[in-house]
Write a protein that binds this ligand. Structure first.
Ligand SMILES: NC(=O)c1ccc[n+]([C@@H]2O[C@H](COP(=O)([O-])OP(=O)(O)OC[C@H]3O[C@@H](n4cnc5c(N)ncnc54)[C@H](O)[C@@H]3O)[C@@H](O)[C@H]2O)c1
Length: 349
């Protein structure tokens, strides 16, 4: 089997996480790296055994089949567009792009050129998340009426870092990190109807927009999804956790602990699944390579990536204007290729 020749663009914090995942794949070979800081590109190239290391990503485009973009959010669109226009498949670190217009433009270039464009939503490939989905879908525990997702961590960037500033990160904690969990809520719970977001930078003054988010979403079947995420936690027992309250029991994915518990009425909690902790990025990159090889659609492609961000943009807009967000039409399987009439969807920071 021919290996996918991959170029890695951006060799900062998250790229280091990709290194262990990429080394596990036998259908992908990193042949080039790029970072505006030469030492970073060189270091990563050495780890991968890549032949080329550049400070300008454009120099790699004639050497690769596909690019993995691990760059600041405000660069996703511009670099993504140049890669797609050069005929390269793109695996974009989350979130897709900072505005709806940018997402749609990249989606249409990829469509017209028959290229794979996918967002690297690693939580969708997490073995425990997949097990939770399988258990919920089995129906054994009855329908889920409330899913709560917590992410409690201390993430502190310098005040002028791209990830602190609304214009470059594209919002705040919810857009940057919460996008994983809004995507999960939509995937688990179905079509959203309405919702609210309350965010604050109290406790995370390094963030221009919110560093702490509370989201509630009502779904079509009457169930509720809740997400609490903070970058200001100085301690946590929940860390990263999902609680799925079903009519016949509760399933608890203690993601940071690596254990999935089943709580049944009258019985002690029971561990039903364990896994090795980590981001497991090899699964998303492996899936990306398989989609290219087989001509299949990625499970976190354009529709999934864009609809979740539209939910976040509408929540932000409703929060600023003191109303409950109308989230109808934003399910993952609902039509995505439209320019929204909702001003929330057109926003940028
Ligand atoms: N999936 C996850 O769980 C997860 C976790 C953290 C970060 N991320 C994502 O990874 C991406 C990068 O985040 P990070 O934390 O690694 O940021 P970072 O600032 O640590 O690294 C970004 C790198 O991009 C480089 N860069 C900047 N401009 C460039 C250009 N024009 N060409 C090439 N390289 C350039 C920088 O020099 C830096 O090394 C973001 O999309 C972020 O959301 C994902």
């Amino acid at each position: 089997m021919d290996k996918l020749k991959l170029g890695v663009i951006g060799c900062g914090g998250m790229e280091k996480v990709h290194e262990s995942g990429l080394s596990e794949l036998d259908n992908v070979k990193v042949v080039a790296t790029a970072d505006i800081i030469k030492e970073r590109a060189d270091r990563a190239a050495e780890i991968y055994g890549a032949e080329y290391a550049y400070t300008d990503f454009r120099d790699m485009l004639d050497k690769v089949d596909a690019c993995l973009l691990v760059v600041p959010h405000h660069l996703h669109y511009g670099i993504g567009r140049e890669c797609l226009e050069a005929g390269k498949h793109v695996l974009m670190e989350k979130p897709f792009c900072n505005t709806e217009e940018q997402c749609l433009e990249l989606a249409h270039i990829a469509q017209s050129k028959g290229l794979t464009l996918m967002t690297a939503y690693c939580m969708r490939f997490n073995p425990m998340v997949l097990k939770l989905k399988e258990m919920l879908d089995s129906g054994e525990y009855g329908p889920c009426f409330q899913m709560s997702i917590w992410t409690e961590q201390l993430t502190r960037y310098p005040i002028d870092h791209w990830a602190s500033l609304a214009a470059t990160i594209g919002g705040g904690q919810l857009f940057s990190h919460g996008c994983h969990y809004i995507d999960l809520l939509l995937w688990f719970m179905g079509n959203p109807v309405k919702g609210t977001h309350t965010g604050t930078n109290f406790g995370t003054p390094w963030m221009e927009k919110e560093g702490t988010s509370n989201v509630s979403i009502l779904f079509e079947n009457g169930a509720i999804g809740y997400h609490f995420g903070t970058w200001g936690a100085h301690g946590s027992r929940l860390k990263y956790s999902i609680h799925a309250h079903c009519t016949g029991g509760m399933l608890e994915a203690a993601l940071s602990e690596g254990k999935l518990y089943r709580h049944l009425p009258g019985k002690a909690p029971e561990v039903v699944f364990e896994y090795r902790m980590g981001k497991h990025t090899q699964y998303e990159v492996g899936h990306f390579a398989d989609c290219i090889a087989n001509g299949t659609k990625p499970i976190t492609g354009v529709p999934e990536s864009l609809q979740g961000l539209r939910v976040i943009w509408r929540l932000y807009n409703a929060e600023e204007n003191d109303f409950v967000a109308d989230l109808s039409g934003l399910g993952l399987t609902e039509p995505w290729d439209f320019v929204s009439s909702d001003p929330g969807d057109r926003r940028g920071f």
